[in-house]
Design a protein around this ligand. Structure first.
Ligand code: UDP
Ligand code: MG
Length: 317
């Protein structure tokens, strides 16, 4: 098997017919442009607990085709886990990750593959343009990637998603990293080897709506930061140092007034302000530590990352 293409699917009924068309086109293109035979490419479609008719549609459109394997999860486990399952199952010498919603054009896989053949272990697609995404999403994404690059020691390429091709040794290394809060694009950057990016235009979602509402994006960002850096703990420590220093300086002033003057320091407002700010900082600190402790708890349970209901091999329903 030369090439595996992993596609996570969650409530994508609206795009599956079009996806089918484009993927069939892709098989032809991969043969024409890259010389990959029809039997040398496979697709791993991971149905991540969709609550709509996605599974029925997937079986209807793809079950007869020899290139397609459909993995059905027992419930929704999340995008990064669905992709990880696809990676575990993929057999190809190279593995591609791509979203189902056609924001990442499947035809671009031919370009990724050609670049990979030049001798790269990872070729990721860099978003040169982001059509059809809100200004808010673009600006937060930009800020986030730059923040991440700044605080983590490893260099996670700016403006890339999971759309990429990876060599077998990269995939095998990735499979040996069992952590459950998975930020794949960071994990791949961490692995190293020979990585490069090529630019592409990110399209609008073909149909349906985003499966990453704001709260999931925040969760994703927190996962990314906490799995690659302990900088938040250090930041709150510096807050601690700063407020202790401020307290020390202020106490000198208070003592001076107490010992050397006959005035008294009127106190209610300043006390209230100090208490509120200090207890705020303490709660935040606890929250930051708690975030890491919670992750430790989840890791030591060592539960499987995902539960598979069934794998539909080609021709099976
Ligand atoms: N997805 C998934 N499980 C989830 C959420 C999303 O498998 O819990 C899939 C979804 O079907 C799509 C890909 O992950 O193929 C990316 O999701 P989406 O396009 O909604 O994210 P966005 O592009 O808006 O960031
Ligand atoms: Mg999308």
């Amino acid at each position: 098997m030369e090439l595996s293409i992993v596609i996570p699917i969650y409530n994508e009924a609206a795009v599956i017919p079009e996806l089918h068309k484009r993927l069939l086109g892709l098989i032809g293109l991969l043969y024409g442009a890259c010389g990959i035979g029809e039997k040398d490419v496979e697709f791993v479609l991971v149905n991540d607990g969709s609550r709509d008719e996605s599974l029925a549609l997937l079986l209807g459109f793809f079950a007869e085709l020899p290139q397609f394997r459909i993995v059905n999860f027992s419930r929704n486990f999340g995008h990064q886990i669905a992709v990880s399952a696809g990676i575990d199952i993929a057999k190809g010498n190279a593995v591609v990750l791509i979203d189902a919603d056609l924001q990442d054009p499947p035809e671009f896989i031919a370009d990724l593959y050609k670049k990979y053949r030049e001798g790269f272990d990872v070729v990721y697609a860099v978003r040169a343009g982001r059509k059809g995404e809100t200004f808010f999403k673009r600006i937060t994404a930009k800020f986030f990637y730059r923040l991440l690059r700044w605080i983590t020691k490893i260099s996670i390429p700016v403006d890339t998603g999971d759309f990429r091709i990876m060599s077998r040794r990269t995939v095998d290394t990735l499979k040996s990293m069992p952590e459950r809060h998975r930020f794949l694009r960071g994990m791949v950057a961490w692995i190293g080897f020979n990585q490069t990016g090529i630019p592409y235009q990110r399209r609008e979602r073909f149909a349906g709506s985003t499966k990453y509402p704001f709260h999931k994006m925040v969760r994703f960002a927190v996962d990314a930061i906490t799995s690659f850096s302990t900088a938040p703990v250090r930041v709150v420590m510096w807050f601690g140092f700063l407020s202790a220093l401020a307290g020390l300086l202020y106490s000198v002033h208070v003592l001076y007034i107490k010992l050397f003057t006959s005035k008294t320091v009127p106190g209610w407002s300043s006390l209230m302000v100090a208490i509120l700010i200090m207890s705020g900082i303490q709660m935040i600190t606890l929250g930051v530590i708690g975030e890491y402790v919670g992750r430790i708890t989840e890791e030591i349970k060592k539960r499987p990352l995902y539960i598979i209901d069934k794998i539909f091999e080609p021709g099976q329903r």
